[in-house]
Design a protein around this ligand. Structure first.
Ligand SMILES: Nc1ncnc2c1ncn2[C@@H]1O[C@H](COP(=O)(O)OP(=O)(O)OP(=O)(O)O)[C@@H](O)[C@H]1O
Ligand SMILES: [Mg+2]
Length: 346
């Protein structure tokens, strides 16, 4: 660990507090910022004011070291910081076009769609692509894969790596998989991820799926508020980590299919508003026979359009006939009529 990120480099943090923080997965002052004063107070038993002071000091220290941005900044500085944003190419022309070059760091990208639409295949492909050099469209970084559905398959990574002309053994070594068994465990993995991210030069964090466990555990409307609160915590943590560590975050979310809603109608993922409002980018995947459609939904700066891609042994790929569809906002797709319903919460 970098020396000046150590917890005990802060005034007021002694060995006892350091131990308590470390036990709770807070290993350096970056982690202090990510967790925030309320949580730090709860973890250590220190009063809120002290926790605020410590978190504030960490923030100032990180600002001084140029590791995070100041609160009051000029647009020029924001522009500069945005230029530090890395992009991970998807390895396909069509999805790179949709994403304006690839998955962004310092941002959360949510991919939602019905079962079998390719969310997990996309995650596997990105596990390989992030490891490419910058010249080749990657970030030369590792992956933290939070697998909540037990669907991570190293064999798929091997085929994709081979198709990309990469050494499969080396690629597998750089993917750290954490199997989440319940929603609390899923949150815990992320809370403790700071050290793993730094030690392994993680540039991509995947949560597949982000919502599934929460949905399964909090059935019925009676527990909805509790579920949203915990999901909210998870998603915000994911965003803060992506911003703090300059990583790309990729979260998937399943939605149900319904034949009576047209494509282009407002569709909302099962996770509800929490996920939708926090994701920087939302991409909707949809089956269309053997092909797949990806649509960029309400991005702050991408035009709303859709592209066609395919799934193969090599992961997500360009369609064979080279069709790269670009559509004007609100236009109904002529490719397929099946779609998802606008169910928000259940
Ligand atoms: N080796 C392969 N070659 C070609 N296509 C494949 C291969 N492996 C999987 N697929 C395709 O990927 C589809 C499954 O996609 P994926 O598992 O990514 O769906 P998903 O969106 O994650 O679904 P869920 O919501 O159930 O998790 C299969 O239906 C198949 O069409
Ligand atoms: Mg899946």
């Amino acid at each position: 660990m970098v020396e000046d990120l150590r917890l005990d480099s802060l005034e007021g943090v002694g060995p006892v507090t350091t131990k308590k923080l470390e036990d709770a997965g807070v290993h350096n002052i970056m982690d202090l910022i990510v967790r925030g004063p309320v949580e730090i107070a709860e973890l250590t038993g220190m009063d809120r004011e002290t926790a605020e002071k410590i978190v504030n000091k960490s923030r100032l220290q990180l600002v001084e070291q140029g590791l995070i941005a100041q609160e009051f900044v000029t647009a020029t500085e924001i522009y500069k910081r945005r230029q530090e944003i890395g992009r991970i190419s998807t390895g396909t022309e069509c999805l790179d076009l949709l994403l304006d070059g690839g998955l962004e760091t310092q941002a959360l990208t949510e991919v939602y769609g019905e079962f079998g639409c390719g969310k997990t295949q996309f995650c596997h492909t990105m596990c390989v692509m992030v490891q490419k050099t910058k010249e080749e469209g990657g970030l030369d970084g590792g992956v933290l894969y939070i697998d909540s559905e037990g669907t991570f398959r190293p064999e798929r990574v091997v085929s994709i790596a081979k198709a990309q002309g990469m050494n499969p053994e080396q690629v597998l070594e750089k993917i750290i998989v954490a199997r989440a068994y319940n929603s609390s465990h899923q949150i815990l993995i992320l809370e403790e991820a700071g050290a793993v991210i730094k030690e392994n030069n993680i540039k991509l964090i995947i949560s597949d799926s982000a919502v599934g466990l929460f949905r399964a555990e909090y059935l019925g409307r009676g527990t909805l508020a509790g579920r949203q609160q915990k999901l909210n915590h998870f998603v915000h943590l994911l965003v803060r980590i992506a911003e703090t560590y300059n990583c790309a975050a990729l979260a998937t979310n399943q939605v149900m299919a319904s034949p009576d809603v047209f494509f282009g109608d407002p569709t909302r993922p099962i996770g509800g508003n929490v996920v939708a409002h926090t994701s920087t980018y939302r991409i909707y995947f949809k089956k269309s026979g053997k092909k797949r459609i990806a649509r960029m939904v309400d991005s702050p700066h991408h035009p709303e359009h859709e592209v066609i891609f395919a799934l193969s042994e090599a992961g997500v790929v360009d369609p064979e006939d080279g069709t790269k569809k670009k559509k004007a906002p609100g236009k109904k797709s002529d490719v397929s009529t099946e779609d998802i319903d606008s169910e928000n919460i259940e």
